[in-house]
Ligand binder design. Structure first.
Ligand code: UD1
Ligand code: PEP
Length: 445
């Protein structure tokens, strides 16, 4: 398995460009299953493992999907399968987002039950409650959920018990082709929900109110493939904002949309970080001591849980103790033990963590437990004394495009090595040190 090696101590500076948002593009690609005619062309699609996974899900349903240079083309006119096996849902929970489009367009869908993951149990009851309210019959068996409807889904009023992002998106997609009007109350208000609604409307859907707690969807007879450009990734942007702050650097994050980052900007400013909102990005500068703050994760527009572990890394450098309350996922503190391996003092009390500031971090071998935890460990490595080796990169690859390269572009002492490269490098170094210089071949014919 690959590892990221980072040596702490460099102040980051320069410019970094944000890629398209993972959490926007995944539901958008699922929604590309809806049109019965026309081709969708989606721009600014990040080259992520998750994008590859959802593309494979669509191909397994018999859609034609091509990807090159950030442009993804989907032709769903040929879709004739309605089953998504465990293989794909296990890799990425967002695969479950094809249920709404399949049910709306084909009248049935058989999707593997996602199961829990490293950050929580993550049930899907709100998705299913919505589909049932729209007239679908739901059956569970052999690890699968099968949903079917006689004729079309019916528009109705659905109150979500939790403002779930995925449930809002799945129900919204299903409702575009339903008979009548659907109203989702206590809907998720994340910018990615708005981006999905914009794409659906570009295909001919009638979605109003996305970005508020009440979304109204008037069902239409048919949708048509459309062009769409994905919004920049606010979590990637936030991660680089923290990278600038943690190294007391000066970084311009091109493409970051301030309005999507209100809670992150507010908390950085509260800590004493300078954040300048510019027309096409934000500039983050930090020097000297930062103040401890308290953070509570909440659905948008609250502080995003996907920024929690990166902020924990930053809090380790503040003066005094900070508290994080994680209210979105019940088990999103797995990175704490990894931070402790680097010398951090963090105490978990129920769903809160108390983070002691002014930590003297030392480089260590650590493992990513989820996508954001992996990024946070790299951030901690940027300020640790000596070398940090971060493993479990399959998590980081799900959600960050060229993470190592982008950080190196800002001056970080960072590299990514495969096990093979690492062994070869070590042998070369040993040979050089002994004066016995030999040429190593990486392969033999
Ligand atoms: C691909 C994608 O967009 N992923 C994001 C999405 O995940 P996802 O859409 O899975 O997150 P949800 O908003 O659905 O989950 C929020 C909370 O609601 C609970 N829940 C959810 C659905 C349900 O039917 N029942 C239920 O109890 C979950 O277990 C969790 O505790 O939003 C999360 C919360 O901002 C982010 O961390 C993820 O990065
Ligand atoms: C939790 C995340 O993603 P997912 O919902 O795809 O697991 C994330 O992006 O931090």
């Amino acid at each position: 398995m690959d590892k990221i090696k980072v040596r702490g101590g460099t102040r980051l500076s320069g410019k970094v460009k944000v890629s398209g948002a993972k959490n926007a593009v995944l539901p958008i690609i699922a929604a590309a299953l809806l049109p019965e005619s026309g081709v969708s062309v989606i721009h600014d699609v990040p080259a992520l493992d998750d994008v590859h996974t959802i593309s494979e899900v669509l191909r397994a349903l018999n859609a034609q999907v091509t990807y090159a240079d950030g442009k993804l083309t989907v032709d769903s006119t040929t879709v004739n399968h309605t089953e998504t096996p465990y293989e794909w849902v296990r890799k990425m929970r967002a695969s479950f987002l094809v249920m709404g489009p399949l049910l709306a367009r084909k009248g049935n869908a058989r999707i593997s039950l996602p199961g829990g993951c490293a950050i929580g149990t993550r049930p899907i009851d709100q998705h299913l409650k919505g589909f049932e309210a729209m007239g679908a019959t739901i059956e569970h068996g052999h690890g699968y959920i099968e949903a079917s409807v006689n004729g079309r889904l019916r528009g109705c009023k659905i109150y979500l018990d939790i403002a779930s992002v995925g449930a809002t998106e799945n129900i919204m997609m299903a409702a575009t082709l339903a008979d009548g009007t659907t109203i989702i109350e206590n809907a998720a208000q994340e910018p990615e929900v708005v981006d999905l609604a914009n794409y659906l409307n570009a295909m001919g859907a009638k979605v109003r109110g996305a970005g508020t707690g009440t979304i109204k969807i008037e069902g239409v007879e048919q949708l048509y493939g459309a062009n769409h450009t994905v919004i920049p990734d606010r979590i990637e942007a936030g991660t680089f904002m923290v990278a600038a702050a943690i190294t007391r650097g000066d970084v311009y994050i091109e493409g970051a949309i301030s309005d999507h980052l209100r809670p992150v900007i507010a908390k950085l400013r509260e800590m004493g970080v300078i954040v300048k909102e510019e027309e096409n990005g934000v500039r983050v500068t930090a020097t000297g001591k930062l103040k401890a703050v308290n953070v509570k994760t909440l659905p948008h527009p609250g502080f995003p849980t996907d920024m929690q572990s990166q902020f924990m890394a930053l809090m380790l450098t503040a003066e005094g103790s900070s508290v994080i309350s994680e209210t979105v996922f019940e088990n999103r503190f797995m990175h704490v033990d990894e931070f402790k391996r680097m010398g951090a003092h963090i105490k978990i009390e129920g769903r809160s963590a108390v983070i002691k500031g002014e930590a003297r971090l030392t480089g260590a071998e650590v493992t990513s437990t989820d996508l954001r935890a992996g990024a946070a460990l790299v951030l901690a490595g940027l300020i640790a004394e000596g070398q940090t080796e971060v493993g479990g990169l399959q998590h980081i690859d799900r959600g960050y495009v060229d993470f190592t390269e982008k950080l190196r572009g800002l001056g970080a002492d960072i590299s990514r090595l495969s096990e093979e490269e690492e062994a070869r490098k070590a042998a070369e170094e040993a040979a050089l040190a002994s004066g016995n210089v030999v040429k190593f071949r990486t392969s033999y014919a």
